[in-house]
Design a protein around this ligand. Structure first.
Ligand SMILES: *Cc1c(COP(=O)(O)O)cnc(C)c1O
Length: 413
C-alpha cells in the first residue's frame, strides 16, 4: 500500500492520512470510553458490522486504530489489532482461533512467559509439541492431522537461535496451517515475516517498536496470506457476516480482544506510536553497537562464549544474513569459570541491571537466576543455558562509552 515509500517516511506520515482534527500531525489521545450517536441507527450499524465506527473502547478507539495502521504498514500486512501487552496478543490469538483437541507445534526456544502460557493451554485441552525450530524437519516430524498452528520466534531469547523461517512457511502453506511468527526480537524494521509466508505476526510493542521502556503494548497482524475460508474454527456468525479475508481478524477482535479484554489504553498507544517514528534509526544504532560489543567480548579472555547472530561462528550466521537487515540488538555471553558473575555485573556503571529489552538504554540480566530461574537447573542445561550467562539488550549509547564500561568491569575481575 505504501511500499513505494521508505520505512520511516511511511511511519512519519501515517497519522496524517487518517486526517486528525485541525491537521494535527499525531492522532490525538482519545480518552473516551464510549461514543454517542444522535441517530440510534448509527449505533446499531456499528454493532452489526454494517458501518465503521466506535461503540465501546474495549474493542477499539481512534488512538489504537491509528497505531494499528502503523503496525500494518510496518509489517506490510493487511490489518492489525493492538493489545495491552505482547502476552495479551499471544493469549488472545490462541484462544480465539484454537479449540480443545487441536494441536500446536511451537519452538522449544520460546520466550519464557510464552512457553509458560502454552503450558497453561495444554492444561485446558490444547495439545502442544515443542520442537527445535532451527530445522523444518523437526516441525514436519511433530505434524499431526489435528495440527492447526505453528508458533515460532524469529530470533530466540536469550541464546539467539534463528528459526528456519522460509521452509517452515512452505510447510505451513502446504498443510494449511496457521503460521504465527513472533517478530519482537527483529522488529519489522529488520525483518518482515510476510516474506516467509507467515499468516499472523505478533509484536510486543513494549520492546523495539515503542522503544523507550515507557509503555506496554502488543499487536497481531494478519499478512493477508492465510485462507480463512478453509479454516475449521471460524464461528458461524463471522462466516456469515464478514468477508473471508477478514474473518481471522474479526474473530480475534471479538473473541480475543472484546471478550478477553486485554485492551491497549490510549495513552500507551500514543507513547508507542511516537516511539515507533524512530524505530529504524534506533535499530541501526543499536545493531551497530551490538556487533561492536559482540566482537569485543568474543576476543576477551574472561568471556567463554558470545551468542550473537552477527558473529561468523554463530550456527545460523548465514541464514541471519540472508533473512535480516541487521543481526539484532540482543546478545548473550558467558564468563569463564572463576569470575564472580554478580560482582562483574555490579561493576558495570552505565549498563543497567534490568529485565526489559528493546530500550534505548543498554540493559543486562543474569539469565539463570532470573528469566530462566523457574525452569530449574536440568531444563536450563538441556537448553544450553550456562549459569554464568548474561543477556544484553544493547541500547543506543555512544559505543565508546559502552566498550569502556565493559572493559573496565572485566579488567577489575
Ligand atoms: C517481551 C516479549 C513478549 C511479551 O511481551 P510483553 O509486552 O512484555 O507482554 C513476547 N514475545 C517476545 C519474544 C518478547 O520478547
Amino acid at each position: 500500500m505504501n511500499d513505494q515509500k521508505g520505512f520511516t517516511t511511511t511511519i512519519l506520515h501515517s497519522d496524517r492520512l487518517l486526517k486528525p482534527e485541525f491537521g494535527a500531525l499525531h492522532q490525538p489521545v482519545h480518552n473516551a470510553v464510549t461514543w454517542g450517536y444522535d441517530d440510534v441507527q448509527g449505533l446499531v450499524n456499528v454493532f452489526q458490522n454494517k458501518a465503521k465506527g466506535y461503540a465501546y473502547s474495549r474493542q477499539g478507539n481512534p488512538t489504537t486504530t491509528a497505531l494499528e495502521h502503523k503496525v500494518t504498514q510496518m509489517e506490510q500486512g493487511m490489518a492489525s489489532i493492538t493489545f495491552s501487552t505482547g502476552m495479551a496478543a499471544i493469549t488472545a490469538t490462541v484462544l480465539a482461533l484454537i479449540k480443545e483437541g487441536d494441536h500446536i507445534i511451537a519452538s522449544s526456544y520460546l520466550f519464557g512467559n510464552t512457553r509458560s502460557i502454552m503450558q497453561t493451554f495444554s492444561d485446558i485441552g490444547i495439545s502442544m509439541s515443542f520442537v527445535d525450530a532451527t530445522d523444518v524437519e523437526n516441525i514436519k516430524g511433530a505434524y499431526q492431522p489435528n495440527t492447526r498452528m505453528v508458533l515460532i520466534e524469529t530470533i530466540a531469547n536469550p541464546a539467539t537461535q534463528i528459526a528456519d523461517m522460509n521452509p517452515i512457511g512452505d510447510f505451513c502453506e502446504e498443510k494449511g496451517l496457521l503460521y504465527v511468527v513472533d517478530n519482537t526480537m527483529t522488529s519489522p524494521y529488520l525483518y518482515r515475516p510476510v516474506t516467509a509466508k507467515a499468516s499472523l505476526v505478533i509484536n510486543s510493542l513494549t520492546k523495539y517498536i515503542g522503544g523507550h521502556g515507557n509503555a506496554l503494548g502488543g499487536s497481531v497482524t494478519d499478512t493477508g496470506l492465510f485462507n480463512w475460508a478453509n479454516y475449521p474454527n471460524i464461528a458461524p456468525i463471522i462466516r456469515e457476516q464478514i468477508k473471508p479475508e477478514m474473518q481471522g481478524m474479526s474473530q480475534i477482535r471479538k473473541r480475543g480482544l472484546r471478550d478477553g479484554g486485554g485492551t491497549l489504553g490510549p495513552e500507551a498507544a500514543h507513547a508507542i506510536s511516537v516511539g515507533s517514528e524512530t524505530l529504524a534509526l534506533r535499530m541501526e544504532r543499536a545493531c551497530a553497537n551490538a556487533l561492536s560489543l559482540a566482537q569485543f567480548l568474543e576476543q576477551h579472555p574472561l568471556v567463554s562464549k558470545v551468542y550473537y547472530p552477527g558473529l561468523e561462528n554463530h550456527p545460523q550466521h548465514e541464514v541471519a544474513k540472508t533473512l535480516f537487515r541487521r543481526s539484532g540488538a540482543l546478545m548473550s555471553f558467558a564468563l569463564v569459570d572463576g569470575v564472580d558473575l554478580f560482582a562483574f555485573l555490579n561493576r558495570l556503571k552505565l549498563v543497567i541491571k534490568s529485565s526489559n529489552l528493546g530500550d534505548t538504554r543498554t540493559l543486562a540480566i543474569p539469565v539463570a537466576h532470573t528469566i530462566f530461574f523457574e525452569l530449574g537447573a536440568e531444563r536450563r542445561a538441556e537448553m544450553g543455558i550456562p549459569d554464568s550467562m548474561i543477556r544484553l539488550s544493547v541500547g543506543i549509547e555512544e559505543i565508546e562509552d559502552l566498550l569502556k564500561d565493559f572493559s573496565t568491569a572485566l579488567q577489575e575481575a
